[in-house]
Design a binder for this molecule. Structure first.
Ligand SMILES: Nc1ncnc2c1ncn2[C@@H]1O[C@H](COP(=O)(O)OP(=O)(O)OP(=O)(O)O)[C@@H](O)[C@H]1O
Ligand SMILES: [Mg+2]
Length: 285
């Protein structure tokens, strides 16, 4: 299975949201990282065919997706950044409705819905109206609706935003379980959420890929560039001016700062992580 994006561009008036984006996707998890406005949602909407690009084409197993039409849409599961769920529906009614759109009906649909609600720990809320749910609960109903029907291409736009730590882990595991057979594309600002599960990380800036690779290779490229240093509180401003500082913690009467730099005096070299790589690309300001 292969999804190819070839030279995709999209502008909204004068804003170029995507500039000649090309990438080949096979089963596995692809993480889209980038600051607000870098084009992640635009890209996802284009892959889901909710938006048409101005230029470029998308091929699924070699065939143009506009030609595949409904046959392509059927294999897509999409969780938007701000899911518009029907407030007066219960979770069950909403998911039955989504299932019907995906061609699942009757008892089979009901069984699948119960299974998916269980997977996101929402089985006790099947009969609760969406308007009476918390933000995190709505988020999980939206995720269940995206994964129902076992999509070959699963697109998740910030699926862990607003979830408590335990639910984040549940969602992470659910997403990882899908990646065995499906192409999973996930946009997130929570970098550690994708560090261990992504096969490929795409860093987007102003609608272009500025860096991509496996988490391991990106982390390896930061080796020798991440430092920990204990400083006095009154030195903080000076260090902030000079270096990219990714973390500040207090230790006894000193501050311990985490710094991304080629070299720095009297500091301890530490094991880099994906977030360091993100800050190295995008800066901390
Ligand atoms: N419907 C729209 N009309 C006009 N401009 C838009 C529209 N949607 C997005 N844009 C612009 O396109 C660019 C990319 O936006 P997009 O929503 O794809 O970014 P993003 O990476 O998803 O950001 P975020 O992290 O905030 O979700 C931004 O400059 C944004 O202002
Ligand atoms: Mg977005």
């Amino acid at each position: 299975m292969k999804l190819e994006l070839k030279n995709i561009s999209k502008s909204y008036g004068k804003t170029m949201a995507l500039k000649g984006f090309s990438k080949e996707f096979v089963p596995g998890i692809y993480a889209l990282l980038g600051p607000n406005g870098s084009g992640k949602t635009t890209l996802m909407n284009i892959i889901a065919t909710n938006l048409r690009p101005n230029n470029g084409e998308i091929l699924f197993n070699g065939e143009n997706v506009t030609k595949l039409g409904v046959n392509y849409r059927e294999i897509i599961g999409y969780m938007p950044q701000s899911p518009g769920l029907y407030p007066y529906f219960t979770a069950m009614d909403f998911l039955l409705y989504i299932s019907a759109l995906k061609g699942l009906n009757g008892n089979y649909a009901k069984e699948k819905i119960i299974e998916m609600l269980g997977a996101v720990e929402m089985e006790d809320y099947a009969d609760v109206k969406i308007k009476n749910m918390s933000g995190g609960m709505k988020q999980r109903v939206a995720l269940a609706s995206a994964v129902i029907g076992e999509p070959k291409i699963l697109i998740l736009d910030e699926p862990t935003a607003g979830l408590d730590p335990k639910q984040r882990i549940i969602v992470k595991n659910l997403v990882a379980s899908f990646a065995v057979e499906s192409i999973v594309i996930i946009a997130t600002h929570v970098v550690p959420d994708v560090e261990l599960i992504a096969k490929d990380v795409l860093m987007l800036k102003n609608g272009e890929i500025v860096l991509s690779g496996s988490p391991d290779s990106l982390i390896e490229s930061m080796h020798g560039k991440v430092w920990s240093k204990a400083i006095e509180e009154n030195e903080l401003a000076k260090y902030k001016e000079k270096f990219s500082m990714t973390n500040i913690s207090k230790h006894e009467d000193k501050l311990v700062v985490r710094i991304v730099a080629d070299s720095i005096e009297e500091a301890q070299m530490v094991q880099p992580n994906l977030e360091d790589c993100y800050f190295n690309v995008f800066g901390v300001d």
